[in-house]
Write a protein that binds this ligand. Structure first.
Ligand SMILES: [Ca+2]
Length: 406
């Protein structure tokens, strides 16, 4: 499902493996902590995103890639979906796809206004494009466990030239604005346009966007966005130079925005996203020159706080800084994963960031090994893993695990 890397022809795959085998990346050490995974829900179809409203209900809402939002309430998965937008979606390949219902965020004032936002791959009218990414608002019905499907209000549409690299994360920042992740438009090597989409400030592709949803029109652009007075840039852009930001989150304690950006052939990276900054793609892949492959101009580019090579995994899945109360050893650490199942934590020690692999067992005592699509954070700050055993979003083998103390 999500990856973020495009399925490649065998020759290219082989080349990638050869390149990876040649890099000198040190092996990331693993630590065995006193944590494990507790199964919360299974039988899901491609769980890819989640959010929890700030309404003291304790509910966790899970997006299935195929279009349903499911509710976990009092530890149980409700049978009736909160919302089902399957008929609005572009066609999804059953074996592997980066399209679908990809993001969900509840309005900071959800308890009062019942509004929430989704990011999904819509069909679109432009036949020269693969599909379009849509950000839309919906409102809950009188039943708190059912949304009103007739309340859709479309805020933003982004034309997507290819099927892959669609980003899709939505989250409200501590400032009350909605942040949106868009991918670079897909294909490979950020091939669209003379300098690629990531570096092109005239496209919304390859960016983190920031909008104000409290508007009489589709949305407002916050006056302090970095490019509002720049005629050569789109005002919605908050940060740029991203390839496929696959899951970002705000640290509740510090307000910092942590973002995993999926690499192409060799390197996966974690960034801290700041206003107006350039994160390098396609000039760089993590801390390495990409285009050109040597002697690239790194001036004004922001390097990741951490990277790992394809010796370790294949594509990164961003998580959360742990701000829960149950697990002392994770406090203040950024927890994330490679899609192939390895979990990591990242901790700032003085100015350096230290990354470690986490050895973790599932509920049966086996070493955890599933495709990690995404993470979730509940209202209390505890963290969950959204995963599946298949690569495609049409089998009932998706699960939600909670990270718990042993
Ligand atoms: Ca980068």
């Amino acid at each position: 499902m999500k990856t973020l890397y495009s399925p490649k022809p065998m020759g290219i795959m082989l080349l990638c493996i050869l390149i990876s085998a040649c890099n000198n990346a040190p092996k990331i050490p693993k630590e065995k902590g006193e944590i494990q995974l507790a199964l919360i829900a299974n039988g899901l179809v491609g769980p890819v995103s989640a959010d929890a409203p700030k309404d003291s209900s304790g509910r966790l809402f899970i997006c299935e890639q195929s279009g349903k939002i499911r509710i976990i309430k009092d530890g149980k998965l409700l049978a009736v979906p909160f919302l089902d937008i399957n008929t609005k979606l572009a066609e999804i390949n059953k074996n592997y796809s980066e399209k679908g219902l990809l993001g969900l965020a509840f309005h900071p004032n959800y308890k009062v206004n019942g509004k929430f936002y989704v990011y999904f791959s819509g069909q679109g009218n432009d036949k020269s494009k693969d599909h379009q990414s849509i950000v839309a608002e919906f409102i809950v019905s009188e039943n708190p466990d059912i949304a009103n499907p007739n309340t859709e209000r479309i805020l933003l549409e982004i034309q997507q030239p290819e099927g892959n690299h669609n980003g899709g994360q939505l989250a409200f920042g501590p400032d009350g604005y909605l942040y949106i992740a868009s991918g670079d438009g897909g294909g490979a090597n950020d091939e669209h346009g003379g300098i690629g989409n990531g570096q092109n400030l005239k496209t919304l592709l390859g960016k983190i966007l920031r909008i104000d949803v409290n508007s009489d029109s589709a949305y407002n652009v916050p006056k302090d966005n970095p490019f509002v007075n720049n005629a050569n840039a789109l005002p919605e852009i908050w940060a740029y130079g991203l390839r496929n930001p696959w899951r970002f989150s705000f640290d509740r304690k510090t307000g910092r925005l942590f973002c995993a950006d999926v690499g192409q052939n060799e390197w996966e990276e974690i960034d801290i996203i700041e206003k107006g900054k350039n994160y390098g793609w396609r000039i760089m892949e993590a801390t390495h020159c990409f285009n050109p492959a040597k002697d690239c101009n790194t001036k004004d580019l922001v390097l990741p706080i951490a990277e790992y090579s394809h010796k370790e995994g294949i594509c990164v899945t961003g998580g959360y800084v742990y701000n829960g109360t149950a697990i002392d050893e994770l406090k203040g650490k950024y927890v994330f994963a490679d899609w192939t199942g390895q979990l990591y934590n990242l901790q700032q020690q003085d100015k350096a960031w230290v990354m470690k692999g986490i050895e973790i067992m599932d509920e049966t005592g086996q070493v955890f090994k599933q495709n990690v699509n995404s993470f979730a954070e509940d209202e209390a700050g505890e963290i969950y893993i959204l995963c599946q055993k298949s690569t495609g979003p049409y089998e009932l083998n998706g699960s939600v695990y909670k990270i718990v103390k042993q």
